[in-house]
Design a protein around this ligand. Sequence first.
Ligand code: FPP
Length: 245
Amino acid sequence: MAFTKKKTDAQELPEVLPVHVGFIMDGNGRWAKKRGMPRTYGHVQGALAFRKLLRYANEIGVKYMSFYAFSTENWKRPDDEVHALMDLMRKYLKEAYEHFDLRTRFVLLGDEDGFEADLRQQYIDIQKDTVDFERMTAGIAANYGSRNEITHACRELAQLVKEGKLEPEDITEDMISQHLYTKDMPDVDLMIRPGGEQRLSNFLLWQIAYSEFYVTDVLWPDFNRYDFLRALLSYQGRNRRFGGV
Ligand code: FPP
């Protein structure tokens, strides 16, 4: 499935809803610290926020969502925090089967080989079992790093060149997109970062070329449907020019 956006005059106006919304789910640790709780409790609350948001976005008709759940750099966190995050993924991947009414396809954005065997299998299964759902696609970025993803795509294309199946001058931007974890998803329209930090943290660098950004000080566990609506309203007030005038 290729998504080449046609750039017409009409695109000076934002589409009513962003087609693809990205979330950098930041602020769980600070949320917990403010309450004298361990960081892992912040992640538990963050996972609840994720679940609520997924359902709400599904209700209002957002077609693609990407959630940054665990980066390739997050392995450096203390063992108990890494384990807690892995267990939360196990829990929510299992629970996803109770939410098939959402008709949501789940896609792992990241390298599944980095996980323990059971979690790896859960990711394989949920992707297979939801592959035909067309109402919404939810990308879960786990063991994900954008530079790593782009490097991986370059290696695959280089291999095709080596095998004589592709000429270097025939490599196109679309081809690179098709070798990323997001190959079945369009570029990101709106990137939302709760927690107030103004950085991308190695998330979807290729896919955000023309994204609109929305940063809020609200911490991720507190991010609710009204915060999401505020982000959507902000998006609707933007003038997207895609490099034009
Ligand atoms: C960043 O906040 C958040 C993470 C590294 C983990 C995000 C994970 C979840 C919301 C839960 C699991 C996800 C799924 C899909 C079930 P931080 O800990 O860096 O916060 P801080 O900046 O306040 O320290």
